[in-house]
Design a protein around this ligand. Structure first.
Ligand SMILES: Nc1nc2c(c(=O)[nH]1)N[C@H]1C(S)=C(S)[C@@H](COP(=O)(O)OP(=O)(O)OC[C@H]3O[C@@H](n4cnc5c(=O)[nH]c(N)nc54)[C@H](O)[C@@H]3O)O[C@H]1N2
Ligand SMILES: Nc1nc2c(c(=O)[nH]1)N[C@H]1C(S)=C(S)[C@@H](COP(=O)(O)OP(=O)(O)OC[C@H]3O[C@@H](n4cnc5c(=O)[nH]c(N)nc54)[C@H](O)[C@@H]3O)O[C@H]1N2
Ligand code: SF4
Ligand SMILES: [Mo]
Length: 670
């Protein structure tokens, strides 16, 4: 007899700013429908189509259902990546892992083990909990998690001490809204209705993006700059504010430090000079700057597009300096929103001390696997990440993963492109099958969700598997508790807040008050002031903060390739559902110049690699810009490469961030 339907609450932990509450229908012990829940008011009664269709994702044929071990005894031996696996029990798979980790540690020392994770599970229980304890106690290399958000976080922390941002609802109060290098229609949909509502009430909309995005189409001012040139643009606007009397000198004197130094550094950047570098018109920049300066209140949403290039850290600093210099704080609907990831101060699941072990920048994985380090990496343990798809210099990463003497574990929900190169694959639960504590980094919410269905076949949650590996490696310590309840107690020591979470309520900081910057929320820097040229950041940037690195002229590769998010995937999650080829987009003028037509088979190439797929013409792109979305699986192109095969593994000026938007390519008929 089938069970009656149940409708239960959950929360979305995916790598998305919105942190939605969910309402999940279970029929016959399976998830059949997901809709918006009510705990986080920012969810506003709707969720994205990806999570609405999550059942299709979680029961897809690419879902891993049991541990797999690579079959290497074949004759001739199958090369890595050829995807020859046999099913194994958890016991056998974990035995194999323990044996391999011990062997690698014995041969090369524990730093030869490299744990590798990123944004797959943005939840607090499934990352930096038992996994962190395991690798710290082992003495493994430390992975620097630099692929996303490090330049933005450093800029926000250095200048404002990660002050909480403007709530989405408060965008409705603004007279001008700047959306700089963000695409909320794709990557954070809950901001959109608030922007449109403000616009309906007469607010001006200003967009900085090399593409005419959905919001840019509605904008009063759209600056379609050359990718990677946000810094000159930002500096020229700041310079004009200082020169033309738009700088709020009283506010700066009271609340900011180093304003004179910033003024000095932006001085050389006239609109004419910036226009030349950014491929814009000086008059358009001036109109944009004037509208922002003369609107009150004015709010700025800074996205992650501008950080992903050589001067990305300084670019973000220049953007975040705009509301300070123009005096846009102190009113509801004024200020900025970057990331609210630091809005909640949770405890840690383990108090293990970090031994001073080797640090490895994840953006250099390919290089590191191919021996550019001592000791060599002998074991790579991938979880919550899909590095072959998401890291720069894909061909090099692939060659690294093909090393026969590398032992690779991939712990994932899906048979991803990376998993195909593993020696051992472990099946992970999805968030509806495990406990999770999730926080949205664009909305103010922390939510706890219990498992709503049993794990599919043999899938297991991260905390359970890493907890077991700690025991099997003999690394247990008295007081260890990696149960969901134990970790929740460590994260949220106050029992009343914990009870609210377990009862399905969404925690909000500051008793639910939406903070107004410089009224009830101030910089969290030690002196509570804005640091316009923070010393720590200034030291890190070669040439000093706000120093613009010119584009390396590459005559053979004139097109700037960008690869931002789409509404179809979250990074690479859901990419397996994409049955069609994913085309490369060019502006019709660029296609014409190369004798190419819509639908042609093309190859995009540079010295690093090539991607073969079809061409689509897109008049919304800036001339000189090519576009291939983020998150594409190898099955969606003709030669199995994706945009990252064309992305250099060079690093941004702050924090060693990835330079996805510095890819330069040429395109011709295949
Ligand atoms: N070209 C280009 N590349 C990019 C970007 C770009 O803009 N352009 N963007 C970058 C950005 S912003 C980011 S954040 C990175 C993301 O880089 P990654 O973190 O490597 O990418 P994801 O697709 O999020 O990979 C997450 C994997 O974790 C798995 N997973 C999810 N939940 C769990 C869990 O609970 N347990 C386990 N074991 N696994 C789980 C998912 O199935 C998925 O395969 O990509 C970067 N790469
Ligand atoms: N549906 C969906 N939602 C997501 C994600 C996803 O993959 N899919 N990813 C999540 C993650 S990991 C992140 S980090 C966020 C990212 O969220 P967003 O900040 O929105 O980031 P992107 O989509 O990478 O790029 C945003 C915009 O920057 C533009 N851009 C590209 N180069 C430049 C440049 O040099 N300067 C400027 N000014 N703009 C540029 C792109 O055209 C794009 O429209 O979204 C999160 N939300
Ligand atoms: S991915 Fe984002 S928009 Fe979609 S349900 Fe999750 S939090 Fe909401
Ligand atoms: Mo990201």
């Amino acid at each position: 007899m089938s069970e009656p339907n149940k409708v239960l609450t959950s929360a979305c932990p995916l790598d998305c700013p919105d942190g939605c509450s969910l309402s999940v229908t279970i029929e016959d012990a399976r998830v059949t429908r997901i809709a918006a829940g009510t705990a986080n008011p920012s969810t506003g009664g709707y969720i994205c189509s990806k999570v609405r269709g999550f059942a299709e994702h979680m029961y897809h044929s690419a879902r891993l259902r049991s541990p797999l071990i690579r079959v290497s005894g074949a004759s001739p031996p199958a090369s890595k990546g050829s995807c020859e696996f046999r099913e194994a029990t958890w016991d056998e798979a974990l035995d194999r892992i323990v044996e391999a980790l011990r062997e690698v540690c014995a041969c090369h020392g524990p730093e030869a083990v490299l744990p590798f994770c990123y944004g797959g599970s943005n939840g607090r229980l499934t990352q930096d909990s038992a996994d962190a304890a395991l690798f710290r106690r082992l003495g493994a290399s430390i992975q620097l998690r630099t692929v996303c958000a490090v330049p933005t976080s450093m800029a926000n922390a250095g200048m404002y001490g990660s002050m909480p941002g403007v709530a989405l609802q408060d965008f409705e109060q603004a007279q001008a809204i700047v959306v700089w290098g963000a695409n909320p229609h794709g990557s954070g949909i809950h901001l959109v209705p608030h922007v449109l509502k403000a616009k309906g009430k007469g607010a001006k909309l200003l967009v900085v993006d090399p593409r005419r995005t959905s919001l840019a189409k509605k904008a009063d001012h759209h600056l379609a700059l050359r990718p990677g040139t946000d810094l000159p643009l930002g500096l020229s606007i700041l310079n004009w504010f200082f020169k033309e009397g738009y700088a709020d000198r009283d506010f700066l004197a009271q609340h900011a430090s180093q304003a004179e130094e910033l003024e000095r550094r932006c001085e050389p950047w006239t609109f004419a000079r910036a226009a030349d570098v950014c491929q814009l018109k000086a008059l358009d920049i001036e109109a944009f700057a004037r509208t922002y300066a003369e609107s009150d209140p004015a709010v700025l949403r800074c996205g992650w597009g501008p950080e992903r290039s050589r001067s990305g850290g300084s670019a973000i600093c220049s953007i975040l300096a705009l509301p300070a210099v123009a005096g846009k704080f102190g009113k509801r609907g004024g200020g900025f929103l970057m990331s609210n990831a630091k809005a909640f101060a949770f405890g840690a699941a383990t108090d293990d001390r970090q031994p001073p072990t080797r640090e490895i920048n994840m953006n250099h994985l390919g290089r590191v696997l191919l021996g550019d380090c001592d000791p060599p990496v002998g074991a790579l343990f991938v979880y919550n990440a899909n590095p072959l798809s998401t890291l720069p210099d894909q061909e090099r990463v692939r060659r690294g993963l093909m090393r026969e003497d590398l032992f690779t574990v991939v712990f994932d929900q899906m048979l991803t492109d990376t998993a195909r190169y593993a020696d051992v694959i472990l099946p992970a639960t999805v968030f509806l099958e495990h406990h999770e504590l999730s926080t949205g980094y664009g909305t103010f919410s922390a939510q706890y969700a219990q498992p709503l269905v049993e794990p599919l076949d043999q899938a297991r949650p991260n905390y359970e598997v890493f907890g077991e590996l700690i025991e099997r490696m003999g690394l247990s310590r008295p007081g260890d508790d990696f149960s969901p309840e134990g970790m929740l107690r460590a994260f949220v020591p106050e029992s009343d807040r914990r009870e609210e979470l377990v009862a399905g309520e969404s925690l909000v900081p500051d008793e639910g008050r939406r903070p107004v910057q410089f009224v009830d929320s101030f910089p969290r820097t030690p002196d509570r002031r804005i640091h316009l040229v923070p010393e720590t950041l200034d030291r890190e940037v070669s040439g000093g903060l706000y120093h613009y690195l010119d584009e390396n002229p590459q005559d053979n590769y004139p097109l700037a390739l960008i690869s931002p998010a789409t509404s179809r995937t979250v990074s690479t999650m859901f990419g397996q559902l994409n049955e069609d080829e994913v085309p490369l987009a060019l502006h019709p003028q660029d296609a014409d110049a190369r004798g190419l037509k819509d639908g042609d088979a093309v190859v995009a190439f540079n010295d690093l690699g090539r991607v073969e797929t079809s061409l689509v013409l897109d008049g919304d792109l800036k001339v000189g810009v090519a576009y291939l979305p983020k998150g594409v699986w190898s099955k969606s192109t003709r030669n199995g490469n994706t945009s990252n095969a064309l992305v250099p593994d060079s690093l941004s000026d702050l924090g060693g961030g990835a330079c996805f938007n510095d890819a330069r390519v040429e395109v011709r008929r295949a």
